[in-house]
Design a protein around this ligand. Structure first.
Ligand code: CU
Length: 502
C-alpha cells in the first residue's frame, strides 16, 4: 500500500525536516462511511469500551480478537535499539519494534478503529516512524508517526481491508532502518474471523548485511555497500540464525492443524518459503483473502506475507527454509517444527536423516559447545575438553556427511579419518585440506582414493582447529592438538580458491 516512491520519499523527508513528531491525525469521518470490506460485513462505528491490543513477540501470536463487531483498539508500540546475537557469538545492533525482531505481532479486526501510539525509547539514537501496510492513507502512517528519541506519536486509522500486512519503519534511509530489523506483522481478521486451528505461529524472514563475513565473531556493524548490492551476509527467520532451532523449534502434535503467519521484511530478498516434509493444505497467498490448496513452496515478497496452514500427520522434525538453499544452509534461513506423537508408519516409514541433512543445526546443544570454546579462546586460552566438545558438534555438521560419524569413511569413496596414516602424519597439512579441499589421488592406509573434497572455507580458524583436535582425539588417532593460530597461519599461506570465502 505504498504510494509511488517519489511521493512516499517526499513524505518521509518532509517529516524528517520538521524534526518533531507530527500532530496526531484524526480518523477521516468520510472514510468510515465507505466500506471497502471484502465480505460486506458490518462496518459500523466502534462499539463499547476501547480495547487494548495484546502484542506478542515471535513466534507467539495473540489470541483471536473474538469480536463480532468493530471496536476502538489502542496499540502501543515501543521502538528500541538493542544489541543481540544474530548468530552464535555474533552480535548486531538491531532497531526494533517492541524489543525484538521481527516486531510485535498486532492482531485486530476489519472495521476496527486503531489509535496507534508509537513510542521511541529515550536511549534510541535515531528517529523512527511506522508504515503499516494495513493502513489506507499517505505513507501508511509514516507521515504522522515520525518520532524522535524520547518522544511518542499518535495517529488513528480505520482498518478497511482484512489481510495479513507487513509494517516497517520508513525513516530515511528507509532501507537501512528495515535492514536493521524494523518490521513486523499486523493481522486484520475478516469479520467472521479465521477458521480455528490448534496452533498459530509467527515467522518472519529478513536479510542482514554485516561488515564481517558470515559467522565472523564479535559485534558486527551494518554494511551499507553490501546492502546496496543485495549481497546478504545473513538471511534468517525471526531475527537470528537458530531462532527456531533445537529447543527453540516450533512445536506441534501429530493430528494438529498449524497456521503460520509468514512475513518477509526484506529489505531486499524475496523468500521461497518451504517446509521440508510438509505440503501446505491451504495458503492465503500474499496474505490476502483467496486461498490456494496443496502448495509446496510459496513466494513471499519483500514487504509481503502469506498465511499457510497444514495438518501434521507424522512425527519428526520439519524444517522451515527459504528454498533458495544457500540462504538456508549458508546464511541462516532455517527453522524447525518438532512434531511429537505416535508414528504414522503408513504415511512415513520413519528413517531419521536429520543429522546428516541438517548438519550442526540438528543438535540443540551443538551451538553451546561451539560458543563455549570460542568464548574461552577470546579470553586467551581454550581447554582441550572444550575444543573437543565444539569439534564434535562441528564434525557432525560438516565432515560426517562424507567421512561418517564413526570416522571410518566409505570404502572407495571417502577415505577414513579413523586411524588414517595420512591424517596422523601432518596436522598442518590436514588443516590445509579442510581449508582448500583435496583432489587427485591420495593413499590412505595403503588404499588409493581419487575423488574430490570441496573446500570447507566457511569454517573459522577456531572451528577448523576444534574439528581437527576432536578428530585427532578419537578413533585411535594420535592426539594432536591444533590451535586457531596454527590454522590462521595455514590459511594465510594457502592459496584460497576463488570466491570460497564470503
Ligand atoms: Cu527506523
Amino acid at each position: 500500500m505504498l504510494p509511488s516512491p517519489r511521493i512516499f520519499l517526499s513524505v518521509v523527508l518532509l517529516s524528517a525536516c520538521q524534526g518533531e513528531p507530527a500532530s496526531p491525525e484524526g480518523a477521516d469521518p468520510a472514510k468510515s462511511v465507505v466500506s471497502k470490506g471484502s465480505s460486506g460485513a458490518d462496518q459500523g462505528p466502534p462499539q463499547g469500551e476501547p480495547v487494548r491490543a495484546i502484542l506478542t513477540q515471535a513466534p507467539a501470536v495473540p489470541p483471536p480478537t473474538g469480536r463480532n463487531a468493530p471496536a476502538k483498539v489502542i496499540v502501543e508500540l515501543e521502538v528500541r535499539e538493542v544489541v543481540k546475537p544474530i548468530s552464535e557469538g555474533v552480535d548486531y545492533t538491531f532497531w526494533t519494534f517492541g524489543g525484538d525482531v521481527p516486531g510485535s505481532f498486532i492482531r485486530i479486526r476489519q472495521g476496527d478503529t486503531v489509535e496507534f501510539h508509537l513510542q521511541n525509547h529515550p536511549s534510541s539514537k535515531m528517529p523512527h516512524n511506522i508504515d503499516l501496510h494495513a493502513v489506507t492513507g499517505p505513507g501508511g502512517g509514516a507521515a504522522s508517526s515520525f518520532t524522535a528519541p524520547g518522544h511518542e506519536s499518535q495517529f488513528t486509522f480505520k482498518a478497511l481491508n482484512a489481510g495479513l500486512y507487513v509494517y516497517h519503519c520508513a525513516t530515511a534511509p528507509v532501507g537501512m532502518h528495515v535492514a536493521n530489523g524494523m518490521y513486523g506483522l499486523i493481522l486484520v481478521e475478516p469479520p467472521e474471523g479465521l477458521p480455528p486451528v490448534d496452533r498459530e505461529y509467527y515467522v518472519m524472514q529478513g536479510d542482514f548485511y554485516t561488515v564481517g563475513k558470515y559467522r565472523e565473531k564479535g559485534l558486527q556493524p551494518f554494511d551499507m555497500q553490501k546492502a546496496i548490492e543485495e549481497n546478504a551476509t545473513y538471511v534468517v527467520f525471526n531475527g537470528a540464525e537458530g531462532a527456531l532451532v533445537g529447543d527453540k523449534a516450533l512445536q506441534a502434535n501429530v493430528g494438529e492443524t498449524v497456521r503460520l503467519y509468514i512475513g518477509n521484511g526484506g529489505p531486499n530478498l524475496v523468500s521461497s518459503f518451504h517446509v521440508i516434509g510438509e505440503i501446505f493444505d491451504k495458503v492465503y497467498y500474499e496474505g490476502g483473502s483467496k486461498t490456494q490448496e496443496n502448495v509446496q513452496t510459496t513466494l513471499v515478497p519483500a514487504g509481503g506475507s502469506a498465511i499457510v496452514e497444514y495438518k501434521v500427520e507424522a512425527p519428526g522434525t520439519y524444517v522451515l527454509v527459504d528454498h533458495s538453499l544457500f540462504r538456508a544452509f549458508n546464511k541462516g534461513a532455517l527453522g524447525m517444527m518438532k512434531v511429537d506423537g505416535g508414528d504414522a508408519l503408513e504415511i512415513y516409514s520413519g528413517k531419521e536423516v536429520d543429522s546428516v541433512y541438517l548438519a550442526d543445526k540438528a543438535e540443540p546443544g551443538a551451538g553451546q559447545a561451539v560458543a563455549q570454546a570460542s568464548a574461552e579462546l577470546a579470553q586467551g586460552s581454550v581447554t582441550l575438553a572444550s575444543q573437543v566438545a565444539a569439534g564434535q558438534a562441528l564434525y557432525a555438521g560438516t565432515c560426517s556427511t562424507c567421512h561418517q560419524a564413526d570416522g571410518k569413511g566409505l570404502e572407495g569413496i571417502f577415505p577414513p579419518l579413523a586411524g588414517s596414516d595420512f591424517l596422523n602424519a601432518d596436522p598442518l597439512r590436514a588443516a590445509g585440506i579442510v581449508l582448500t579441499g583435496l583432489n587427485g589421488p591420495v593413499t590412505v592406509n595403503g588404499k588409493e582414493y581419487n575423488s574430490v573434497m570441496p573446500p570447507m572455507s566457511q569454517l573459522n580458524d577456531d572451528e577448523v582447529a576444534n574439528i581437527l583436535t576432536y578428530v585427532y582425539s578419537q578413533w585411535g588417532n594420535q592426539g594432536h592438538v591444533v590451535t586457531a593460530d596454527q590454522v590462521a597461519k595455514v590459511r594465510a599461506s594457502a592459496a584460497m580458491p576463488q570466491g570460497a570465502a564470503h
